[in-house]
Write a protein that binds this ligand. Structure first.
Ligand code: NAD
Length: 496
C-alpha cells in the first residue's frame, strides 16, 4: 500500500497551530523498509525553523500555565478517543514506515494511549505538600510549577509510542512542547499531530519540527528551551546530555541496550523458549528491551539451545502488513549490512551460527531489508559481539556455571536497560531482583517494559539523567519545585 495523498510527499512542520512548509535545503527520503518504496520526503529543518517553533511555544506558555490543570487535561481525554478511533490507521502507518508487524504496531499504540490516560491524573499527581507551624505561626508549602518550553527527540523504532512518554505529561503539567521525530519514520507523528489539532489545544502548546542533527543542536542551544528528553543510541544520548548540561538545561537521555536473560535449569523451558523468542525477534530485534544474550546455566544449555533454534526457525519473515507475518524487516539497508557483518564478527570470534538469517530474499519484496532470526552459540561472554548493541534479530547464547557467573557477565556490560531471569525458584528470583545491575528487571518476563505509571528505568550507559520517562518521574522532570514560607501577623487578622 502506498500513501497516495500528494500532500504527504513533502512533509511540513507544525508550528503555532499551523502546518508550515519547510525552507530546509536538505531533504531525506522516507523509505518503506519492506518494499524499498519512497513514502515521502522529510525536511532536515534548519535552526531558524526550530527557533520559530521555540518562539511559538514560548508565546503560548504564559496563558497555558495559567490554565487550570483540570482544563489542561481535557484535550488529553479527547486525544485518547481520537487515538482509539484511529488505532487501525495509525498502526498501518507505523508498519509501513518502520516495518514492524501490524500486531506489534497496535501494541505500540496501546502503550502510547496508556500514557495519555496516566497524564490525565495530573491534577492529583502534580500536587505539592505543606506543613503548618514549621515555627510558631509560620507555614511552609511546596508547590510545583511548569518549566516553560520543553522538547523531545525520539528514535525510529517506536514511531508512535515514544513521543508519548513525554508529550502528555509535559503539557498536562503546564509546559509547552516541541517534538523532533526520527527523520526515518516521521509519518506516524504527522498523523498524530493532525489528531492533536482536533483536541482544542491552544496554538503553540504542541509543535513539531522534522529534522536531524542540525535541528537537535538548535533545540539544545536555544536559550528558551528549558528541558530536553531524548531516546536513541548511547553515543547520541551521551552527547545530548553533555551539551544540554553545558547550556544549563535539564535533560533525561535514554540510550542503547544489550539485554541479558539468564535461564536456570529449573525454569519452565517451553514457556521460556516462547517468551525469549518473542523478545529477541519481535520487532526484528529493534527494541531497546529486546533480549540479545541468553545465558544458560547447567543443563539448561543444550535443552534451551535446541528449543530456541527451532522456535526461531519457525518465524515467518515478510512485510509486516501481510497476514501471518511474525517478523518484518530492519529499518535500512545499512542496518542490514551492519547486522550481517556483526554476525560474521561473532563467527570469527569463535561462535557457531546455529541459525543463519543472512542473505535472505523474500520473493515478493526483493528490495526489502530482511534478515531472518539468527542464533549464535558459544559466544565468548566478554567478546565484542556479546557487548555491542546489534539492534537486529540476533540472539547470542552464552553458558555459565551458576548464577554468580551469570551476574558477573551482567556486571561487566556497559548497558543496564533490562535483565531477565527464568526460574521456578523464588529465592533465586529475589536474589536476581536484588543484585542484577539493570533498571528494568523481568522475572519469567521477556520484555520488561514498565507500564505508563512506572518509570522506564534504564541504568548505566542506557540512561543519563535522574528522572526517567513516564509516570511520577515525568511530573518531577517537567516541574520546578518552589517552597513558600509564610508568616502573617496576628494583629492583621483581628482587624477583620
Ligand atoms: P539515533 O540515536 O540514531 O537517533 C535518535 C534521534 O536522535 C533521532 O531523532 C535522530 O534524528 C537524532 N540524532 C541522531 N544522530 C544525532 C546526532 N549526532 N546529534 C543529534 N541528534 C542526533 O537512534 P535510532 O537509530 O533512531 O534508534 C535506535 C537506538 O535507540 C538504539 O540504540 C536503541 O537501543 C535506542 N532506544 C533506546 C530506548 C530506551 O528506552 N533506552 C528506547 C528505544 C530506542
Amino acid at each position: 500500500m502506498t500513501l497516495a495523498a500528494p500532500t504527504l510527499t513533502r512533509l511540513s512542520n507544525f508550528i503555532n497551530g499551523h502546518w508550515v512548509d519547510s525552507s530546509a535545503a536538505d531533504w531525506q527520503e522516507v523509505i518503506n523498509p519492506a518494499t524499498g518504496e519512497t513514502l515521502a520526503h522529510v525536511p532536515l529543518s534548519n535552526p531558524s525553523e526550530v527557533a520559530g517553533a521555540v518562539e511559538a511555544a514560548a508565546a503560548a506558555f504564559p496563558e497555558w500555565r495559567r490554565t487550570p490543570p483540570e482544563d489542561r487535561i481535557q484535550p488529553l481525554f479527547k486525544l485518547k478517543v481520537l487515538l482509539e478511533n484511529h488505532l487501525a490507521e495509525l498502526s498501518r502507518i507505523i508498519s509501513q514506515e518502520n516495518g514492524k508487524t501490524l500486531a506489534e504496531a497496535r501494541a505500540e499504540m496501546r502503550r502510547a494511549i496508556e500514557n495519555v490516560e496516566v497524564a490525565c491524573g495530573i491534577p492529583m499527581m502534580m500536587q505539592g505538600y505543606n506543613l503548618e507551624d514549621v515555627a510558631r505561626g509560620i507555614d511552609e508549602t511546596m508547590i510545583r510549577q511548569p518549566l516553560g518550553v520543553v522538547a523531545a527527540i525520539v528514535p525510529f523504532n517506536f514511531p508512535g509510542m515514544i513521543a508519548f512518554w513525554f508529550l502528555p505529561y509535559a503539557i498536562a503539567t503546564g509546559n509547552t512542547f516541541i517534538l523532533k521525530p526520527s527523520e526515518r519514520v516521521p509519518l506516524t507523528m504527522r498523523r498524530i499531530y493532525e489528531l492533536l489539532e482536533q483536541t482544542g489545544l491552544p496554538k503553540g502548546v504542541v509543535n513539531l519540527v522534522n529534522g536531524g542533527k542540525a535541528a537537535v543542536d538548535a533545540l539544545l542551544d536555544h536559550p528558551k528551551v528549558r528541558a530536553i528528553s531524548f531516546v536513541g543510541s548511547t553515543p547520541v544520548a551521551r552527547y545530548i546530555y553533555a551539551r544540554a548540561g553545558e547550556k544549563g538545561k535539564r535533560a533525561q537521555c535514554q540510550g542503547g541496550a544489550k539485554n541479558h536473560v539468564v535461564i536456570m535449569p529449573d525454569a519452565d523451558l517451553a514457556s521460556a523458549t516462547q517468551i525469549v523468542s518473542d523478545s529477541a525477534f519481535g520487532c526484528a530485534g529493534q527494541r531497546c528491551l529486546a533480549i540479545s544474550v541468553a545465558v544458560t546455566i547447567g543443563d539448561a544449555q543444550k535443552r534451551f539451545r535446541d528449543a530456541i533454534a527451532q522456535a526461531a526457525a519457525g518465524l515467518r519473515v515478510g512485510n509486516g502488513l501481510d497476514e501471518g507475518v511474525d517478523m518484518g524487516p530492519v529499518i535500512t539497508n545499512e542496518s542490514k549490512s551492519r547486522i550481517e557483518s556483526l554476525i560474521g564478527l561473532g563467527e570469527r570470534q569463535g561462535a557457531k551460527v546455529i541459525l543463519d538469517g543472512r542473505n535472505v530474499k523474500i520473493p515478493q519484496y526483493q528490495a526489502g531489508n530482511f534478515i531472518k532470526p539468527t542464533v549464535l552459540d558459544g559466544v565468548p561472554a566478554t567478546s565484542e559481539l556479546s557487548e555491542t548493541e546489534i539492534f537486529g534479530p540476533v540472539l547470542s547464547l552464552v553458558h555459565a556455571e551458576d548464577l554468580d557467573e551469570a551476574l558477573a557477565f551482567l556486571e561487566h556490560s556497559a548497558y543496564g536497560n533490562q535483565a531477565s531471569l527464568f526460574t521456578s525458584s523464588g529465592a533465586l528470583a529475589r536474589r536476581f531482583r536484588y543484585e542484577a545491575p539493570a533498571g528494568n528487571i523481568g522475572i519469567n518476563i521477556g520484555v520488561a517494559a514498565p507500564m505508563a505509571y512506572f518509570p522506564f528505568s534504564g541504568w548505566k550507559d542506557s540512561f543519563f539523567g535522574v528522572e526517567h520517562g513516564q509516570g511520577r518521574d515525568s511530573v518531577e522532570f517537567y516541574t520546578e519545585k518552589k517552597v513558600v514560607i509564610e508568616r502573617w501577623a496576628k494583629e492583621h487578622s483581628r482587624k477583620f
